[in-house]
Design a protein around this ligand. Sequence first.
Ligand SMILES: [Fe+2]
Ligand SMILES: [Fe+2]
Length: 245
Amino acid sequence: MSLYAIGDFHLSFQVNKPMTVFGSVWKRHEEKIQRYCGRMVRPEDTLVITGDHSWGRKLAECREDLAFIEALPGRKILLRGNHDMFWDAKKTEQLNEEYRGRLLFLQNNYYSYEDYALVGTKGYTFEGPFYLDRRGRILGWDEDKEEHAKKLVDREMARLQVSFDAAWADGYRKFILFLHYPPTSVIETDSPFTRIAEQYHVEHVVYSHCHGESRFGDSIRGEYHGVCYHLVSGDYLGFRPERIL
Ligand SMILES: [Fe+2]
Ligand SMILES: [Fe+2]
């Protein structure tokens, strides 16, 4: 039994949103997802998909995208991304009800994997604008936007705490943390997300959202303060899911 993760499929079977404008890695990326997941993920495995599933703006425009995900092998757990307009965080139970036995939606809850709790939320991080000098070094940033970002981080932290609390109350003491946004911004070395990961001795933090060569290094990758950080954006991985456990 294995635990895999990948994110940011950005599917658009029902809306017109070609992804090839973002580079050749996106050419027929659905086929790559199908091929690699088909080869790697077995029916008894768990596949966590870390958000930005669909370009559809409401559930009716996402049905085929979700059906595509449903047809991938393994137990599929979905996280909310910033583009997942179909998914109102407060109505996650309804989605879980509707897709019972087919897809699992991770928000204000947790799922178990062996003796681990899989916890998570969309997360958030300040993305600028940053003011750069001619060599691309950061000189400053929009402080109003930074203030606003802090509020969104607080809201996401509260949601994440609900997820940890639920798992803790059920006796789980081993955790894997999933976020859509990277845990830190380009100007941070730690954040509320890295601190909660350390507090709960989380073994792995898995995130995506970062697209393109220039963004892949925006946050932490590899081991930091005893926690292993994984970037699993589809384009970063060439659409091969990453094995976490
Ligand atoms: Fe994305
Ligand atoms: Fe995103």
